[in-house]
Design a protein around this ligand. Structure first.
Ligand SMILES: Nc1ncnc2c1ncn2[C@@H]1O[C@H](COP(=O)(O)OP(=O)(O)OP(=O)(O)O)[C@@H](O)[C@H]1O
Ligand SMILES: [Mg+2]
Length: 891
């Protein structure tokens, strides 16, 4: 019902009116009339029409009071607010539908004291209410703020004319100002009524400011949404204009459309690049095809992508090599401890390169167990030479297309990893590391190693052809370094073209040094600690190396050091003055932070029984010790070999067995021992597949130890292949094996004498702390490992045989004498004392065996044999020894 206010009436008219005590009351629905304002009202109800008629006929004064409930058609006195406004009715228009419109001017706030009449319309006695106004700085401030909020609203709202702001500013009195502003705004009737009832002007101003501020928030939010929407539209319009302009420019340049622009751009790039002739030709040919087909055709993006590859590949960009040998040495030494052979090889390469420019990159192959620094060495070399470093892994790659790409005719074809890596490198002479070259596979999809051959063969890689590119790419400037854990699986032709550099594992001392100088500082930094804030005692590092890790490299050592640093970092972060604290890591702290040691040496325990020998094995992850167990049981001479062994290892078990069998007489075994016994050879840790011939001597020793009942010394480990004639043949991986022996706490290593020159590779400090026993024959192994000497043993056995014979003769003589005497003395009781020459002696021997055996097993197991011999009962025979062997087996 309420409408925007019309211009204010003049002040004189206000004062001119004298307000009577009793006035007709016009109920208002959903609207409030304020003093000093003009408002148009629409009157429809009959009683109201009558009221207006009467008022207009009289002094034109009436009281207007808002109804509490807008829904009620004809509210009674109880439904009307107690405060209203006295107004002066102006013009009246009767409309054709029977309603009438009048213009009323608010004059004075009044309170309805009592209703004096309800029919035909309400009449009431009224009392004037005056504003309570004070002058104060606060009121001034409120006024200013009210005007400012109102000004903002006027600026935002279209239904309020701008002059209103000026009009409001001209109203000095705060009371009338509040009514003027409130009457112009579209605010709720309740709020308006609330303002009308407020006598205190200051309070009223506050209330109005609150209402206006709320209103302003809503308005501002709405306008923000609007301007956002507008922004979107503006942007797309702008783009549209720019495109139009671009089109115009292109037209001006003679480029009719986008496709042509794209082709021109590509052509420009191709001309700018110094492409090899064949490549340039191919690029131009593809470009021509591109101009002839529609951008919508499926072929377009294929050619486009191909051209992009041509443009981005580094056909002729090279980086400048830094050939300063001294500088290279510094970088290599800075990052890696020792590894002198490798470093020397790198420096030699640099030196030759310096003298002769057109040298092809050599293809180096770093072979060694995990964590010995193969990859990180590659990084350092790249840094030293100032080359880009690119690394790919071909482990598990079975598909030739992975290396060489797919032909472009395939959907989604891409170049292979080599070309992709070259693009990433951005130069044609990066240091290119190919990891896990020993783990490439082959299947029906082709053999990736033949593709690899093309990459790595200096004769062929000048023009390496990727299926996708179908253009020769020169890889000859690349410095390839491949890495592998083992050499054997690398296909022969590939191996042939690479220069193998072995990186064996590290000794305890080397690990200690690496940890101290490289790993600890690196981990301290990596965990956000200050340099020098944590100090690792050497004993603590040794504890980590020997009781928490068992590996050839240093990766786990680094990880454990990292764990300790991390835990310390947490302590630092949690303490108040943590960053100022310093820490010393000793053995106790290691136990505290890493928990109880996880690894123990079990060599002593395992070899305490006869029939167990310690071998040394080489595995792709470094050397390891290996317990070989043998046992015998009644049977018919079968040999069982278990423990996931490969064919080679099984065969060498058979060879070892045969050798022991051939020597059963010297070992003092019964002639039929192996016909009446089954032998079982087992290599525990069955989850790990094992193969290779080098466990031959260990198996022969385990069986020999079993059948002779002699335990193998617990600080000895051995390696070597064995032939049927008992020769010990050389083996590989001596350094790794020696390191493994050291890790397991072994002090004597038996090795084939033809491997003796390899001892040079074994680090000096390791050689000093260990005894090496070079051997040529299995018997020498047995002597070194168990103190068993076959020749002596045989001599003793012969001697024993002679003695027995002698004893037999003496016995026979004595018997004969006795018989003669008995015949003389005629004693019938004697015959019972006559022992059957063999059986009783055998029995006696068997019983006496146990102590004899114990005497043969001295703590160190070495010089056992000579001493053992006297301990043997004199009457011992070959058979006796065999029985002894059996008893050993029974264990
Ligand atoms: N001689 C060394 N001096 C200093 N740090 C070394 C040395 N050897 C190895 N390291 C460190 O040991 C960590 C493991 O080395 P790296 O990753 O190069 O092993 P890897 O031989 O490539 O093993 P994998 O065969 O598992 O790939 C690296 O952080 C490296 O810096
Ligand atoms: Mg690596």
């Amino acid at each position: 019902m309420s409408d925007p206010q019309e211009p204010r009436p003049s002040a004189e008219e206000n004062q001119a009116q004298d307000i009577p005590e009793i006035l007709p009351v016009l109920p208002l629905r959903d609207t409030v009339v304020f003093p000093d304002t003009m408002i148009p009202l629409t009157i429809g109800q009959e009683r109201s029409i009558k009221l207006i008629d009467d008022v207009l006929a009289g002094d034109r004064l009436l009281a207007m009071v808002a109804s509490k409930d807008a829904e009620v058609e004809t509210p009674g006195p109880d439904l009307l607010h107690p405060v209203g406004t006295v107004g002066l009715a102006h013009k009246m228009i009767k409309l054709p539908d029977g309603t009438m419109r009048i213009l009323v001017q608010g004059l004075q706030r009044v309170r309805v004291a009592e209703f004096v009449r309800e029919e035909p319309y309400l009449m009431a006695r009224i009392e004037k209410i005056e504003d309570e106004a004070r002058e104060s700085r606060e009121v001034d401030a409120l006024r200013a703020s009210l005007l400012s909020v109102f000004g903002k609203i006027v600026a935002l709202v279209s239904y309020l004319p701008e002059e209103l702001e000026m009009a409001a500013a001209n109203v000095e009195e705060p009371g009338p100002l509040t009514f003027l502003i409130a009457s112009t705004m579209r605010i709720k009737a309740e709020d308006k009524q609330d303002l009308l009832e407020e006598d205190d002007v200051e309070q009223r101003m506050r209330k109005l400011i609150g209402i206006l501020t709320r209103e302003l928030d809503v308005l501002e939010l709405g306008s923000k949404i609007q301007s956002d929407v507008r922004g979107e539209i503006d942007k797309s319009q702008r783009e549209y204009f720019l495109r139009q302009q671009l089109k115009a420019i292109q037209q001006e340049l003679g480029e009719t459309d986008e496709q042509e622009a794209e082709v021109n751009e590509l052509r420009r790039k191709i001309e700018e690049l110094a492409l090899p002739e064949e490549v340039g030709k191919a690029a131009r040919r593809e470009l021509d095809r591109l101009t002839k087909i529609s951008p919508q055709s499926a072929e377009y993006p294929v050619i486009r992508t191909y051209l992009d590859w041509i443009i981005t590949l580094p056909w002729s960009e090279s980086s400048e090599d830094n050939l300063d040998v001294k500088h290279a040495r510094e970088i290599l030494d800075r990052d890696h401890y020792d590894l002198d052979k490798v470093k020397d090889r790198i420096l030699e390469f640099l030196a030759v390169r310096k003298l002769k420019d057109d040298l092809h990159g050599p293809i180096l192959c770093f072979v060694g167990p995990p964590g010995v620094g193969k990859t990180s060495l590659g990084h350092s070399i790249a840094e030293a030479m100032g080359r880009k470093f690119e690394r790919i892994s071909v482990g598990g790659v079975r598909d030739e297309a992975e290396i060489r790409g797919h032909r472009r005719t395939y959907v989604g074809a891409m170049p292979g990893i080599i070309i992709r890596a070259m693009r990433d490198a951005g130069t044609n002479n990066p240091l290119f590391m190919i990891d896990e070259i020993d783990k490439m596979g082959a299947d029906w999809r082709g053999d990736p190693s033949s593709a690899m051959l093309e990459v790595l063969d200096p004769e062929q890689n000048v023009s390496f052809r990727d299926h996708y590119m179908d253009l020769p790419f020169d890889l000859s400037k690349v410095l390839f370094i491949t890495t592998a854990n083992q050499l054997e699986p690398i296909p022969g032709p590939l191996r042939d073209r690479m220069e193998i550099i072995n990186l064996a594992g590290y000794t305890l001392e080397e690990k200690l040094h690496i940890a101290r100088t490289y790993l600890v500082p690196r981990q301290i930094e990596a965990n956000g600690l200050r340099p020098g804030q944590v100090r690792f005692q050497d004993a603590a590092i040794v504890e980590i190396i020997s009781n928490y890790t068992r590996e050839a490299g240093v990766r786990n050592v680094e990880r454990e050091i990292g764990t300790i640093c991390r835990k310390i970092a947490r302590e630092v972060a949690e303490a108040d003055n943590g960053s100022r604290r310093r820490f010393t890591v000793n053995v106790k702290k290691v136990h505290e932070l890493l928990g109880r040691p996880r690894l123990f040496s079990d060599v002593k325990r395992r070899t305490s029984d006869p029939g167990v020998a310690t071998g040394l094995a080489w595995t792709p992850v470094g050397g390891d010790i290996l317990f070989i167990e043998a046992s015998a049981m009644p049977g018919d001479g079968r040999l069982t070999v278990t423990g996931q062994l490969g064919d080679v290892m099984k065969e060498s078990a058979m060879a070892a067995m045969s050798y022991v069998r051939t020597h059963s007489p010297e070992l003092g075994l019964a002639d039929d021992y192996f016909q009446t016994h089954d032998i079982h050879i087992h290599v525990p840790a069955g989850a790990i597949p094992k193969d290779g011939p080098s466990a031959g001597v260990t198996m022969a020793t385990a069986v020999c130890s079993l059948v002779t009942g002699t335990p193998v010394s617990n600080d000895v480990a051995m390696t070597g292949e064995v032939t049927l004639t008992g020769q010990v043949l050389p083996i590989g991986g001596l350094k790794e094996k020696t390191l493994a022996a050291q890790r397991a706490g072994i002090s004597t290593v038996i090795l084939p004498s033809r491997n003796e020159p390899d001892l040079e590779d074994v680090p000096e400090e390791l050689r000093q702390g260990m005894t090496f026993v070079p051997v040529e024959r299995v018997e020498q192994v047995w002597e070194a490992a168990m103190g068993l000497r076959l020749d002596e043993r045989a001599a003793h056995l012969v001697e024993a045989g002679d003695l027995i014979e002698e004893a037999g003769e003496l016995l026979e003589k004595a018997r004969r004498k006795a018989a003669a005497r008995a015949a003389g003395a005629d004693t019938a009781a004697r015959p019972a004392r006559r022992p059957a020459p063999k059986t009783p002696a055998g029995k006696a021997r068997t019983k006496r065996r146990a102590p004899g055996k114990a005497a043969r097993t001295p703590a160190k197991g070495k010089p056992a044999r000579p001493k053992a011999t006297p301990a043997k009962p004199r009457g011992e025979a070959k058979k006796t020894t065999a029985a002894r062997g059996r008893s050993g087996r029974r264990k």
